[in-house]
Write a protein that binds this ligand. Structure first.
Ligand SMILES: O=C(O)CCC(=O)C(=O)O
Ligand SMILES: [Fe+2]
Length: 279
């Protein structure tokens, strides 16, 4: 398993990046257009929010799925019995967002969503012809004007010694969506599982932009792009006393977009949520 670190500005970037996605389900970009100062500011401002009581005013809406999800109701990965050790806030442009954080986070949402359109064009252009003919419409089109793309601000709290034995920050899982864009977190821990089942660290230097395939692109590409398992392991040493903040953008097609002969975005999502027992 060798996740490539690709220079976004290099002439052969699209080809190298898409090859890494095909082989590992992950690709990492440097020299990309998302400013590190913006990411750092978001981490700082949202850490202050998570450390305040204000979050309690935004308890998540079970129907709409926007708002704050506490550690008590945090998700349990498929096939696992313990909750992940994390809390998070789900941002949709149409959803509830704390007013003082709104402008910055929506700016980030727009920037990364438009970068995603370019990256989906790269994926399409470098898909083998028999794979590309499966796409019901251009991949970048699938996310145009979508209300379904979700930005999750994640806070993994410092360890207090009271954590349940066996629980981890984020248990092994695959993402359900088309593509995920994730700036490197402020602390390490992200790992991906290779075809030999071994876990390897994803290159996550501060400033790296990590992109991974979700189940919907695996479905749409007939398995050519694998939705690989990943996880966030627990901190050791000094890192135990530190919060970890991360910011995955889960790109979702519009609900009516056809992914495969079997599924639209909506039917696929419903099937997966039923499996997870949340619908
Ligand atoms: O926190 C991270 O680095 C990854 C989070 C993740 O994989 C997820 O929320 O799906
Ligand atoms: Fe994930």
């Amino acid at each position: 398993m060798n996740v490539q670190v690709v220079d976004y500005l290099a002439a052969d970037a699209p080809q190298k990046f898409v090859e890494s996605l095909h082989k590992t389900g992950f690709g990492v970009l440097i020299n990309h257009p998302i400013k590190q100062s913006l990411v750092e500011s978001i981490y700082k401002n949202w850490l202050a929010f998570f450390n305040s009581q204000e979050k309690e005013h935004y308890a998540f809406d079970p129907e709409k799925q926007d708002g704050f999800f506490s550690t008590e109701i945090s998700e349990t990965a498929k096939g696992h019995s313990q909750k992940d050790i994390k809390e998070y806030f789900h941002i949709y442009p149409w959803g509830r967002i704390p007013p003082s954080l709104k402008e910055e986070i929506l700016h980030y949402y727009e920037l990364t969503s438009s970068l995603a359109e370019e990256l989906l064009d790269w994926v399409e252009k470098h898909s083998p012809i028999d794979v590309a003919t499966r796409y019901s419409e251009p991949l970048s089109n699938m996310i145009k004007n979508t209300p379904n793309t979700l930005l999750r601000v994640l806070h993994y709290p410092p360890f207090e010694g009271k954590e349940e034995v066996g629980a981890i920050r984020a248990a092994a899982h695959e993402d359900i969506n088309l593509l995920t864009i994730l700036p490197a977190a402020n602390e390490p821990g992200l790992q991906v599982q290779g075809t030999d089942d071994k876990w390897v660290n994803v290159p996550s230097d501060f400033g790296h932009l990590i992109i991974n395939i979700g189940d919907m692109l695996q479905e749409a590409s007939g398995g050519y792009f694998p939705s690989t398992s990943h996880r966030v392991i627990n901190p050791t040493g000094n890192s135990k006393s530190k919060s970890r903040v991360s910011l995955p953008l889960f790109l979702h097609p519009r609900s009516e977009v056809v992914l495969s002969e079997k599924h639209t975005q909506a039917s696929y999502l419903l099937e997966r949520l039923k499996e997870l027992g949340v619908k």
